[in-house]
Design a binder for this molecule. Structure first.
Ligand code: ZN
Length: 433
């Protein structure tokens, strides 16, 4: 650690020995304000690259004007707000202001406004923070209009897919390339967002859980271990179409029978691992009429786990089971991969700090993986130390206008997130020493 850095650490510790002067209320007040501004009777309408999203971002920008911060939009449309510290080393806080159509008031917005509360608190302090603190509002996390999730963070991470995404069209036939241009962004340049990685030492994101685990445990907050990997496949069973009246049971080659057995078996496959999930979300039968044995059944399978070996094992077991059921039903089966992503574990030290922050703010914490993907996964893939904090979702419901979290839990979450920020800054400084 440079002498100048160590001076700042000790001053930082004496100026901010605990988080009692931090007021989390502003984040919740602004969440209500944003809801007023951008929701209708069906829920939040902040779909990326639309007028309402731009309105949300302009509103957010208006909250920055009285703060000593620099802000700009990068080449991929991510908004960056920077509070310069004594060192150029940067801690990044982030989430997203965009929503799905008819979405909830907290998904993404909570993380941005909690980050704002932290940044504002530090900006209004008499001393600059010992390191630089940056807040990012990622562009188009949801992918609601063009089906491309994590748009801005993938550009930042260099995992963007311009060629595949350029001609993606919305319901009205407008392409992503055109929508970006309308928002002042050249799709060919989005990779330039990588410049924002400079000096990044850690990334933190607060988010609603969007699932029922914390509520089931009666806990307001949890530390997130990482985002689960996904194996997503199309599985087709081929049998023999035959008349339902004249074909004896013993000689049928019923593709639906084989698919149905697999639909039940994946519950056993997932059940061997504590956090694993397997879903057969779609099953189509052909010819699909009441008087024919099913000749072809097309299913989809989505498998998720945080452990790459568990995920690989579940994939193998599902393949073996499908083959066994196909044989027993005198059918054949073929698989084709729709999409996959590896698990992204978060940083062990930051997970521990997140747990500490929760312990000190509310008491017991819980470690859980995230089933949904988040921008944090893109950052973590760059090997920038990353973690997330989850706050309980009532009923586990999200992407819905009834999405909600108790206000007392929101306040605890923002306070604990501030504590995590302080701990992470201290850790970054200690790592540098
Ligand atoms: Zn989100």
């Amino acid at each position: 650690m440079a002498a100048e850095d160590s001076l700042h650490v000790s001053l930082w510790e004496t100026v901010m020995p605990d988080n009692s002067s931090f007021d989390p209320q502003i984040a919740v007040t602004l969440l209500h304000e944003l809801r007023e501004l951008t929701a209708n009777e069906h829920g939040a309408q902040r779909v990326a690259w639309t007028e309402t999203w731009r309105k949300a971002r302009n509103w957010f920008e208006s909250k920055l004007r009285d703060l000593p911060v620099e802000y700009h939009r990068d080449a991929a449309g991510n908004n960056w707000i920077t509070l310069k510290g004594a060192s150029d080393k940067a801690l990044i806080l982030g989430s997203h202001l965009d929503s799905v159509p008819n979405g909830g008031w907290l998904d993404g917005a909570l993380g941005v406004l909690a980050g704002y509360a932290v940044l504002r608190h530090c900006a209004l302090d008499s001393m600059p923070p010992p390191i630089t603190i940056r807040l990012v509002d990622w562009a188009d996390e949801e992918g609601a209009r063009f089906g491309r999730s994590l748009f801005g963070s993938s550009a930042f991470a260099g995992t963007h897919s311009i060629a595949a995404d350029r001609y993606r069209a919305d319901r009205d036939g407008i392409t992503l390339e055109e929508a970006l241009a309308e928002n002042g962004i050249d799709i060919n340049r989005i990779g330039d967002s990588a410049i924002e990685r400079a000096n990044a030492c850690a990334y933190l994101e607060l988010h609603i859980e969007q699932g029922p685990i914390l509520e089931g445990l009666g806990l307001p907050l949890g530390a997130v271990l990482g985002t689960k990997g996904v194996e997503r496949h199309a599985i087709t069973f081929h049998g023999q179409e035959a008349h339902s009246g004249s074909t004896p049971m013993a000689v049928r080659r019923d593709a639906l029978a084989a698919a149905s057995r697999l639909a039940l078996e994946i519950r056993t496959i997932a059940g061997k691992h504590s956090d694993a999930v397997c879903t057969m979300g779609s099953l189509k039968t052909f010819p699909g009429i009441v008087t024919a044995v099913v000749g072809r059944a097309e299913a989809t399978l989505d498998q998720r786990d945080l452990d790459a070996e568990v995920l690989a094992q579940m994939y193998r077991e599902a393949q073996e089971a499908s083959q066994r059921f196909a044989d027993e039903e005198r059918c054949t089966v073929e698989w084709s991969r729709i999409w996959n992503i590896e698990p992204v574990p978060f940083h062990s030290r930051l997970i521990a700090l997140c747990e500490e922050a929760i312990n000190e703010t509310t008491g017991p914490s819980y470690r859980l993986p995230s089933g949904p993907l988040h921008d944090a996964a893109e950052v973590a893939r760059l090997s920038i130390p990353t973690t997330m904090m989850f706050v309980q979702s009532l009923g586990g419901i999200s992407h819905n206008k009834i999405e909600d979290t108790r206000e007392s839990d929101l306040l605890l979450a923002v306070r604990a997130f501030y504590a995590l920020t302080e701990k992470t800054i201290a850790w970054i400084l200690s790592e540098a020493s």
